[in-house]
Design a protein around this ligand. Structure first.
Ligand SMILES: [Zn+2]
Ligand SMILES: [Zn+2]
Length: 353
């Protein structure tokens, strides 16, 4: 299978490519191809030259010249490959045509995947990434993008049309873990026998759904050392929510500052924590107590692996499963598991404070 990746700048194309590489896909990049060509011509490597050299090659050798070259290399190698990134209508058409000719028996010779996200998130990501081609103001970013979004000429970049032509479009407005879940799900679908393209939209799983709500809840948090949220759900329904914050009626960290205290952890390491707040998980459990809602047998969704106090409360509330986005340096997964609570960490990374 050959997957072409399209999408807007900063949307997460590279991240999707990394997921595919982890699954054994070979990577062919238009960017690398263009950088070679720009250096050959003795030009500076910047975004304007990337666009002008690409347009020049397309005008001389055909709309799909670059991706066709990459497609050729991919076919020579064989197996699963990903071509990053497809940027104009002519390229999509040529790749679709080529895969028809070269793999008539294959159900899926070539598929186009697109990645998109809202413009503010994308700009924030490219600033954070800080590569030499990305150092521009927000206004310039929007202006440059505008010219790449809607070219009528099939030889020129038209990201909007490519995204519309994609077999699947991934929205990447949240986190890497959530994007990865969607990508792996799509890949399993493509690789399975009953592969059908369902209008290009992939619904979130229940876990993704509750985790997204958890991130929205977290925005109400009042301590900037870690704005985390929590959702407790059972049978596909939300029971209660909570976010990190001071007890009701007491001042917030955002107003009066943190209340820092050194804590010696079970592992003997001393760390400083803000103790003004109640953790998101604890606040959710308190909400259940206040409202008289049983959370026995439920699942907890939270940002980080729970701390040991939260873990003990989770165990004694009868909660049976914990889904968290990342590990926490003072997390209590082993305590939870010892007590028979299933723990699932979406991204195997440790969040530090
Ligand atoms: Zn605080
Ligand atoms: Zn906690």
């Amino acid at each position: 299978m050959i997957i072409g990746i399209s999408g807007t700048l900063g949307a997460g194309k590279g991240t999707v490519v990394e997921f595919l590489k982890e699954r054994g896909f070979a990577h062919y990049s238009v960017r690398e191809f263009l950088v070679e060509e720009i250096l050959k011509r003795g030009l500076d490597v910047n975004r304007d030259n990337m666009v002008s050299v690409a347009n020049d090659l397309r005008a001389k050798f055909g709309a799909a010249y670059i991706v066709e070259e990459l497609h050729g290399r991919a076919m020579e190698r064989g197996g699963d490959c990903v071509i990053e990134s497809v940027r104009c209508v002519g390229e999509v058409e040529a790749l679709r045509e080529k895969s028809k000719v070269q793999s008539p028996k294959s159900k899926v010779g070539f598929v186009l995947w697109a990645v998109d996200a809202d413009v503010e998130s994308r700009y924030a990501r490219i600033v954070e990434r800080g590569s030499s081609t990305d150092m521009i103001s927000f206004d310039d970013f929007v202006r440059q993008e505008g010219s790449e979004m809607k070219n009528e000429n099939p030889l020129k970049q038209n990201l909007k049309a490519c995204i519309e032509m994609a077999d699947v479009c991934f929205r990447n407005d949240w986190t890497i873990g959530e994007l990865k879940g969607k990508v792996l799900k799509a890949l399993d679908k493509f690789e399975s026998d009953d592969f059908v393209i369902e209008g290009g939209y992939i619904r979130p799983t229940w876990d993704e759904y509750f985790m997204e709500i958890c991130r929205a809840v977290a925005k109400r948090a009042t301590c900037d050392r870690g704005r985390s949220g929590c959702v407790i759900a059972r049978n596909k329904q939300i029971l209660v929510t909570g976010y990190v914050g001071s007890p009701i009626g007491l001042p917030h960290c955002d107003e009066v500052g943190h209340q820092l205290e050194d804590t010696i952890h079970e592992d003997g390491v001393k760390r400083t924590h803000c103790i003004r707040t109640t953790h998101a998980e604890q606040n959710a459990i308190c909400q259940a107590a206040k409202l008289g809602i049983s959370i026995d047998g439920a699942t907890v969704y939270c940002k980080l692996e729970p701390c040991s106090v939260c873990a003990k409360m989770i165990v004694n509330s009868g909660i049976k499963r914990v889904v968290c986005e990342k590990r926490y340096q003072s997390g209590a997964q082993s305590l939870l598991e010892e007590a028979g609570v299933l723990v699932e960490v979406l991204v195997d990374e440790v969040e530090k404070y």
